[in-house]
Design a protein around this ligand. Structure first.
Ligand code: HEM
Length: 138
């Protein structure tokens, strides 16, 4: 009985207005993060995509994945990230930025934990490059 009655993560985060506000801050953070933009493919894409469109798609995805009524209309995560050669270090920087945005908006640790679990479930589609891939051959 108890767990069935827990409001959805979408409702606990405060719905689309609150989620969009966090995504706005978070995308501003990642688009200017040197730890991510030192990857030339990420830097190039971050300068090519429009921030409002990027924020729209990420908001739609977070709303949908957290139990909101929205339907994600963007590309699959594999198709939108495969060409970026994202590494484990970049993944860690992304999660660090996410933590900073959630802390800024005082999102509680229970909601952060549930949101990070959703994000972690996408890691295999996003991180395709092993750490060694950009080191010169011996
Ligand atoms: C280190 C981690 C990540 C980096 C550096 C990153 C970076 C990027 C970049 C540069 C783009 C634009 C790609 C292009 O159009 O060429 C993009 C698109 C996108 N990303 Fe990420 N991303 C990361 C992880 C994630 C995660 C974990 C999610 C969601 C759980 C996500 C959701 C999206 C969405 C929804 C789009 C738009 C897809 C579309 O254009 O249809 N990203 N990302």
């Amino acid at each position: 009985m108890q767990s069935d009655e827990l409001p959805s993560l979408y409702d606990r985060l405060g719905g689309v207005y609150n989620i969009a506000a966090v995504v706005d801050d978070f995308i501003n953070r990642i688009m200017t993060d040197d730890r991510l933009n030192k990857n030339p493919a990420v830097d190039q894409a971050h300068h090519r995509v429009s921030p409002p469109g990027f924020k729209y798609l990420v908001t739609e995805m977070v709303c949908s994945a957290s139990g909101g009524p929205q339907q994600y209309s963007g590309r699959s995560l594999g198709d939108s990230h495969r060409h970026l050669n994202i590494t484990d270090d970049e993944w860690a920087a992304f999660l660090d930025d996410l933590h900073k945005s959630l802390a800024k908006f005082e999102v509680s640790s229970a909601e952060e934990k549930d949101l990070v679990a959703i994000v972690e479930s996408t890691k295999d589609a996003i991180v395709v490059a092993p750490l060694q891939s950009r080191q010169p051959p011996l």
